[in-house]
Design a protein around this ligand. Structure first.
Ligand code: GLN
Length: 491
């Protein structure tokens, strides 16, 4: 493999800063790699070749000009196609937005540009971020670089596959109910969902606004910390973004596991869990224990309600957020020629009928049902109450813990089509990831082994709100003691 693309983001950044490699050369190398592999992987919905080379040449003017520049300067990165990027198509994986050109930059995109990162493309995803396999993308599924017959996870499957296939140094995705951590687990890379409110959601096309959060995909924990430093922080354009000070996340990664209080919730070893996944996680627990972590078995009994509650709250919010796609202001407009609706309603109905895919329509129906007058209290209010109990349960647990450790997903990546006819089995892919979203907590997935058939297994650490540093410290300790993150897909 070419030397540039086999480097971590940190290593490449150091070479850029030392002017051993130019950003233009690095960007060309990644664009060639996309050319060479992406026909098979289909991680990219749009490659921004010319724009990226121009940004790279601009970065080259500033690289090596003394101190103070961001480590992202000149680094080729890519973003999930639900982040608005001015003048660029932003489809959200939907036919509805196929021709939508974003009129402004999302805050996360603006911060990347300001740091001098080179954005090489927009990445594939399940339509409106609803799914766990990218099979719900209106533009065709992404394939897992470890085995092209299996799914890369979702909804940020393109973001995970691009980093695994080494077609960008770092990518951004979003996690509403597991959509960063589950694909990271499937593709054998690091993926982190920060605390809700840690990264501005401005310019992120909304799915479920009380849950959506942006985060990075990387090869290493250091790279993840480096990206967090660039994107975290308060933003007046997102009223839910936090004013909490942003520490330097790259500091303290070497603190080790000694004395770290790790909780292992017994409810996270669920029935039907793949035995190889379970064995890998047990092995990881031993690794942490051997390094001096204090392992405690804990119980989080409300965990089992997180997934059913999520599938009330997330669709309810999605139904409201997606009401804006009516053919008037955004995207597709189709005039349904029927006297039944009349011309105005014919346009609303026609646009929504042909613009949205099956899964999105299913979520709108679920959400509308949960919010309808006869069922609001029975479903929506009750789910919100249970959500409060889940938050409290975590808060109690974290009084005597630094992090919680588990598998990220109960099984490794599955084959295409396997769960498409059974939405519940698709939803169950995120059963271990969703509790953390319900409580707004930070969570990370990192590689912790391969199955006998060569598919990656993900290990998850969850921390308390704004406890990113403990999560990163635990993950860095595990990474330092093992070599799972060095395994390469056969692509
Ligand atoms: N797979 C989950 C869903 O379909 C989570 C999606 C996400 O986190 N965006 O809703």
């Amino acid at each position: 493999m070419n030397e540039i693309i086999s480097l971590t983001a940190r290593e490449l950044s150091e070479k850029l800063q030392a002017r051993e490699v130019s950003s233009e050369e690095a960007t060309r190398t990644y664009l060639e790699r996309i050319e060479e592999t992406d026909e098979r992987v289909h991680a990219y919905l749009k490659v921004l070749g010319d724009e990226a080379l121009e940004a790279a040449r601009e970065a080259d003017k500033h690289l090596g000009n003394g101190n103070g520049s961001s480590p992202l300067l000149g680094l080729p990165v890519a973003v999930k196609d639900l982040l608005c990027m001015k003048g660029t198509p932003t489809t959200c994986g939907s036919k509805f937005l196929e021709n939508f050109i974003a009129p402004y930059d999302a805050t996360a995109v603006r911060l990347l540009k300001e740091a001098g990162a080179v954005i090489v493309g927009k990445l594939n995803m399940d339509e409106f971020a609803m799914g766990s396999s990218t099979e719900h993308s209106a533009f065709g599924a992404t394939r897992n670089p470890w085995n092209l017959e299996t799914i890369p996870g979702g909804s940020s499957g393109g973001s995970a596959a691009a980093v695994a296939a080494r077609t960008c140094a770092i990518s951004l995705g979003s996690d509403t109910g597991g959509s960063i951590r589950q694909p990271a687990a499937c593709c054998g890379v690091v993926g982190m969902k920060p605390t809700y409110g840690r990264v501005s959601r401005y310019g992120l096309i909304a799915f479920a606004s009380s849950l959506d959060q942006i985060g990075p995909f990387t090869h290493t924990i250091y790279d993840c910390a480096m990206m967090l430093n660039a994107i975290c922080g308060h933003d007046p354009l997102d009223s839910t973004s936090s004013g909490e000070a942003v520490p330097d996340y790259t500091k303290g990664l070497g603190a080790g596991a000694k004395g770290l209080r790790i909780g292992i919730p017994k409810e996270y070893f669920i029935e039907g869990m793949d035995p190889e996944v379970e064995a890998a996680v047990q092995g990881a627990i031993e690794v942490m224990e051997d390094m001096g972590a204090e392992i405690q078995e804990i119980s989080l009994p409300y965990t089992k309600y997180a997934l059913p509650c999520y599938y009330i709250i997330a669709p309810a919010e999605a139904g409201s957020n997606l009401a804006r796609y009516d053919g008037v202001r955004f995207g597709l407009r189709v005039q349904e020629d029927t006297s039944e609706y009349g011309p105005l309603h014919g346009m609303y109905a026609g646009s929504r009928e042909s613009g949205f895919g099956e899964e999105v329509k299913r979520r709108i129906m679920l959400g509308t049902y949960a919010l309808s007058s006869g069922y609001y209290d029975a479903y929506y209010t009750k789910a919100q109450r249970v959500r409060t109990l889940i938050c409290r349960e975590f808060r109690e647990a974290f009084k005597s813990l630094d992090v919680i450790m588990s598998a990220t997903t109960p099984t490794p990546a599955f084959r295409f089509g396997e769960r498409m006819d059974d939405p519940i089995s698709m939803y169950l892919s995120d059963i271990l990831a969703i509790p953390c979203n319900m409580a707004g907590l930070p969570g990370i997935s990192q590689p912790c082994g391969l199955t006998s058939s060569g598919l990656p297994i993900g290990l998850q650490f969850v921390g308390k709100a704004f406890g990113e540093q403990e999560v990163l410290r635990a993950a860095a300790a595990f990474e330092g003691a093992t070599s799972h993150h060095l395994a390469l897909p056969p692509l």
